[in-house]
Design a protein around this ligand. Structure first.
Ligand code: HDE
Length: 697
């Protein structure tokens, strides 16, 4: 018997022991249920002899392990997800029969996965990349997958180009790098030859691809969809997710450093914020319009490289999504979740957007190789939750068998029609013309052609609209991102041709790019349609835009402390941060025990070397004079403050800690405060500081 009172088994005389089954631990078994007597030693011929092939316990364990991985998603491989609910806050019963929008207050379970696009499953959370924003609604009329992104447009207009786009964006085929980065020849080669991508490139080079956390992103359905109501009337709809935590992004230098400091930064944030009850929340908004509106716009609503500016057609908020439960098992849920845009429910339909139409094929197809079976819908995370009156049997049809069939259908009604009911046998399910899915009967006619409509020809007006709608700080970030990315392009003709396209967007932008790369501007590329000067759309901004939120809610304040830190100042600040809805995190050179001024000691939440200031939203420094004198010689401490300043964060400091700020080159501005003013100051970043800390294009 071991000291904890638990029965243990000893491997060899005087050697290691291990726990055996008891009241707390059920009996270990093989996959076919046979109890296992020893999980530490292979079966051998004699204590020092060869192992025996008959050892089913070992063979089964190793065999299962060898097959633990499934192919990662070809795109969006790196992802993190959470469970939650959608609540309808305004009924859309007059516009759609979709179950989830019928009644104010009605809740529908959801599972939402966020992802990067280009990197592999083990790549970092924070490259410059578009983020996937995929929501599975388990409605009572089946699952609806709204598989969107955090950017409302896309690179291409036709799905047939998608494999080329992705091949060009992912690591180069011969050298196997770069991982999760678009700053390389093949991506920009493809882009330079694809003027339709210009609008999306503006978004991709903007701060939108550097979201601080998942909870700080907008989400978009991208395509135009349809709502269909009881009378069969169709209304076009575009979907928007608006983050309650506000939009927030990182500085490029910060995002690069986060990648090293914490490759799981956003995944960890999702887990930890749910764990502490800060549930990530979004409002769902819709832009609703009819054919007449669509025809009156200077672009085609079927073209996924275009937005409808919110100033032209306001977003109407109709619901909210709260993510309040982290998955129990990453593989079973996050990895095996299959999002399929063709999975809609009655009341929701498609438009003729050729990008969307191609997606309707691709996603089911990809699950067949990724999850390996036509029965992927039977996995717990993918199973429909069931219609109210059919709880427990959410899908009923005559489809049978296949790899990994989990159901055991009874009877012989595996075909339909059948008359077996007349003989009292189980006869199976039947169609329901009333409640079943009705495709909107749009009038379609035309020759079979491989062609794009003229209405898709304008590739620059909305790129211009986006750039000109940005705050000056964001414009500088876009120009600098272009310079960085193109500086990594080794083939000069590609840079030239990108610049030629950019001249059609905005001359100042092209000039800033050319200056940053020290190249001459080429003549503008030819345009297929006149470039329009549309009214700017302030809704597109993050910085000083309508969704930038000055708050500590959901945000973390790092407090650098060390031996002798004033106990009173520390507890006052922690209380103030909590009162403002933030999370204080103490960070010290030694994590186990930090002696404070009053003789007490606390354990720090994190160690200085492992918790650089890029991992927190605002930074306070509370030191004794002696500790400050020591830390001015500690590179990690100096860098901690220097980065906080360089990343435009608020810095709150007590008097004794000022030498550390001086050493870090911190120049006083309104974001650098004493402890009393810090909590208020910590609610935002200081964009005006940027010009003093780095050169931007
Ligand atoms: Fe995807 N996309 N995509 N995509 N996509 C996939 O499906 C595809 C597009 C998006 O968290 C794949 O199950 C084509 C637009 C998200 O599991 C694949 C085209 C938008 C996710 C696929 C597009 C998206 C995917 C890979 C051009 C925003 C991750 C694994 C027509 C509206 C979902 C998988 C998750 C995943 C194909 C373009 C969003 C290969 C052919 C536009 C969020 O089927």
């Amino acid at each position: 018997m071991a000291s904890d009172g638990k029965a243990r088994k000893q491997d060899y005389a005087g050697g290691e022991t291990h726990q055996i089954a008891d009241d707390d631990h059920p009996v270990l078994t093989t996959n076919h249920g046979m109890p296992i007597s020893d999980n530490q030693n292979q079966l051998k011929a004699g204590p020092r002899g060869p192992v025996l092939i008959e050892d089913e316990v070992f063979r089964e364990k190793m065999n299962h392990f060898d097959h633990e991985r499934i192919p990662e998603r070809i795109v969006h491989a790196r992802g993190s997800a959470a469970h939650g609910y959608f609540e309808c806050t305004e009924s859309l019963a007059d516009i759609t029969v979709a179950d989830l929008f019928q009644k104010k207050g009605q809740r529908t379970e959801v599972f939402t996965r966020f992802s990067t696009v280009a990197g592999g499953a083990g790549s970092v959370d924070t490259p410059r990349d578009v983020r996937g924003f995929a929501v599975k609604f388990y409605t009572r009329e089946g699952n609806w997958d709204l598989v969107g992104n955090n950017i409302p447009v896309f690179f291409i207009q036709d799905a047939i180009k998608f494999p080329d786009l992705i091949h060009a964006a992912k690591m180069e085929a011969d050298r196997g790098y770069p991982q999760a980065a678009t700053a390389h020849d093949t991506f920009w080669d493809f882009i330079s030859l694809m003027p339709e991508s210009t609008h999306m490139v503006m978004w991709a080079m903007s701060d939108r691809t550097l979201p601080r956390t998942f909870a700080n992103m907008e989400g978009f359905g991208v395509h135009t969809f349809r709502f269909i109501n009881k009378e069969g009337k169709s209304t076009f709809v575009k979907f928007h997710w608006k983050p309650k935590a506000g939009l927030a992004s990182t500085i490029w230098d910060e995002t690069v450093k986060i990648a090293g400091a914490d490759p799981d930064f956003q995944r960890r944030n999702l887990f930890e914020s749910i764990d502490r009850g800060d549930f990530p929340t979004w409002e769902l908004g819709v832009q609703l319009f009819d054919e007449a509106f669509a025809e009156s716009q200077p672009y085609d609503v079927l073209d996924a490289t275009k937005i409808i500016p919110e100033e032209v057609l306001p977003v109407r908020i109709v619901g909210k999504m709260v993510l309040d439960r982290y998955p129990d098992n990453f593989f079973a849920e996050t990895e095996q979740a299959a999002f399929v845009p063709s999975h809609v429910v009655p009341g929701i339909g498609f438009s003729n957007d050729p990008l969307l139409q191609g997606r309707l094929f691709s996603y089911t197809d990809t699950q067949l190789s990724r999850l390996g079976s036509v029965n992927f819908h039977q996995l717990p995370i993918n199973r429909a939750k069931g219609r109210a009156e059919a709880a427990g049997c959410p899908f009923m049809n005559q489809q049978r068998d296949g790899h990994m069939q989990m159901s055991v259908p009874k009877g012989r009604a595996n075909y339909e029609p059948n008359s077996l009911a007349q003989a009292g046998e189980e006869a199976g399910a039947r169609e329901d013309p009333e409640r079943g899915y009705k495709t909107f009967p749009s009038e379609e006619q035309g020759q079979k052609l491989r062609i794009r409509p003229e209405s898709f020809a304008d590739h620059y007006s909305q790129a211009r609209l986006f750039f000109r709608s940005m705050d000056p700080a964001e414009q500088a970030h876009i120009a600098s991102a272009l310079v960085f990315e193109l500086s990594k392009v080794s083939l000069e003709h590609i840079r030239i041709s990108v610049m030629a396209n950019l001249r059609n967007v905005d001359e100042t932008l092209a000039q800033r790019g050319a200056d940053g790369l020290a190249m001459d501007l080429p003549p503008p590329s030819k345009t297929a349609a006149p470039v329009l000067d549309m009214d700017p759309s302030p809704a597109l901004r993050i910085i000083r835009g309508p969704l930038e939120k000055h708050t500590l809610e959901g945000r973390t304040v790092g407090i650098l402390i060390a031996d002798g830190t004033d106990a009173g100042e520390l507890s006052t600040l922690k209380d103030a941060v909590k009162a403002a809805g933030g999370t204080p995190m103490t960070i010290a050179p030694k994590v186990g025990k930090v002696p404070l001024s009053d003789g007490s000691a606390i354990a720090a939440d994190a160690q200085l070397f492992g918790q650089p200031s890029v991992t927190v939203d605002a930074c306070a420094v509370i030191l004794s004079e002696a500790a400050a004198a020591k830390l001015v010689k500690e590179g990690a401490a100096v860098q901690w403050v220097m980065d906080a300043f360089g990343h435009l964060k608020a810095i709150g400091v007590n008097d004794a800690a000022k030498p550390l700020l001086d050493k870090a080159g911190v120049e006083p501005d309104e974001g650098v405060t004493d402890l009393a003013g810090f909590v208020e100051a910590a609610k935002k970043r200081y964009w005006d500081r940027e010009a003093s800390v780095r050169t931007l294009a």
